[in-house]
Design a binder for this molecule. Structure first.
Ligand code: X2X
Length: 348
């Protein structure tokens, strides 16, 4: 029996229900599944996986186990193909997720907003985007695209790493083979910088780095340390903060509709709370007052390069045509609103 049939059976109060728990007493009986499968790309050794687990634990506790969620990291429900995650949630192959805007942007073009190079600039800029009117609009777009969004988390600012030499200028990237993530905007950015980009999943990236098939990649420092990228020949890191990668907590629409209003509120509030905790974990050691994460990476024998504003500006200038091209595809109005929100941000 598939889930839809199960829900109908539940509504009709059929004895054929396979779910172990049925909520009664509301106008319509709701059939709950024995387990709700929560997808992430990385497991609980990473802030991202931790955030999903916090959500899961909060919901279990507050529903007395009525809603039993389980983490499926490695996008294992779709064989690691992270760019298919959004479609899989929409179709019900995945019940719930804490997912990256990058991975969902092939289906929701507006999510490329966050991949516009050098848009967010810093944590305050990212907060100005996700926590304000722009963030609300993005969640409405995600909802229209067919899933129920509940709140924001964060993977982090994506930094440049490679096995060959220090990168301080776009010229240093010339010809270097980079693994890039699944949205075509990354291909445009790395091509504009003179590098040689190849799109592949995170699962494929690690063996490709190990074998030297690719020489570099870009990911937040918490991904770098948890995945031990220094053991995959990544000896040079450049902190350029070119793209911030937010995460969104979502639920499949049919699953959402099957919950009682009270349980929906529990699931939503738990996502918002887990998001707040997760963002704090993702920023640990990467704030102005505490940059201990940089020391942690250096202690691994890695050279960490911090750019001056002028050096960063050279990268920004080189990718400007890509920014302008994608701003049109994302929607000029949305991009303007986002730029204004970042410009008006409270500077820490
Ligand atoms: O694939 C990546 O680089 C990762 C883990 O950061 C995302 O899923 C966007």
């Amino acid at each position: 029996m598939d889930r839809r049939t199960l829900l109908k059976a539940g509504a009709a109060g059929s004895a054929a229900i396979a779910a172990p728990f049925v909520v009664t007493g509301t106008a319509r009986a709701q059939a709950y599944k024995a387990e709700y499968r929560v997808s992430t790309v990385v497991p609980t050794a990473f802030p991202w996986g931790k955030g999903a687990q916090i959500w899961i634990d909060l919901v279990r506790e507050r529903t007395q186990g009525r809603i039993n969620m389980k983490l499926y990291p490695g996008v294992s429900l779709i064989n690691g193909d992270q760019t298919r995650e959004f479609s899989a949630i929409r179709q019900g192959v995945i019940d719930m997720a804490l997912g990256s805007t990058i991975n969902w942007s092939p289906q929701v073009k507006e999510l490329n907003l966050f991949s516009l190079p050098f848009l967010a600039r810093d944590h305050a800029g990212l907060d100005a985007l996700t926590q304000g009117a722009v963030g609300k609009q993005i969640l409405q777009i995600v909802e229209k695209a067919g899933v129920v969004p509940l709140g924001w988390g964060e993977n982090g600012f994506r930094e440049l790493t490679n096995s060959k030499h220090e990168i301080r200028t776009p010229a240093d990237m010339k010809g270097l083979k980079f693994r890039i993530v699944g949205s075509p905007i990354f291909n445009d950015v790395f091509t504009a910088l003179g590098a040689n980009p190849t799109q592949m999943s995170w699962a494929d990236a690690q063996p490709a780095l190990a074998s030297g098939a690719v020489e570099g990649q870009e990911n937040p420092l918490h991904i770098f340390t948890a995945a031990k990228l220094h053991t995959l020949a990544q000896k040079y890191v450049t902190l350029w903060d070119y793209v911030a990668d937010p995460l969104i907590f979502v639920v499949n629409r049919d699953i959402w509709n099957s919950f009682t209003p009270a349980d929906r509120e529990i699931v939503r509030a738990a996502a918002v709370e887990a998001g707040k905790q997760e963002v704090a974990i993702a920023r640990k050691g990467l704030t102005r007052g505490d940059m201990s994460m940089v020391k942690e990476v250096e202690a691994l024998g890695v050279k960490v390069t911090q750019l001056s504003d002028a050096e960063r500006g050279a990268f920004e200038k080189a990718v400007r045509p890509v920014y302008d091209k994608w701003a049109k595809q994302i929607g000029a109005d949305l991009v303007k609103r986002a730029e204004a929100a970042v410009a008006a941000r409270a500077k820490a």
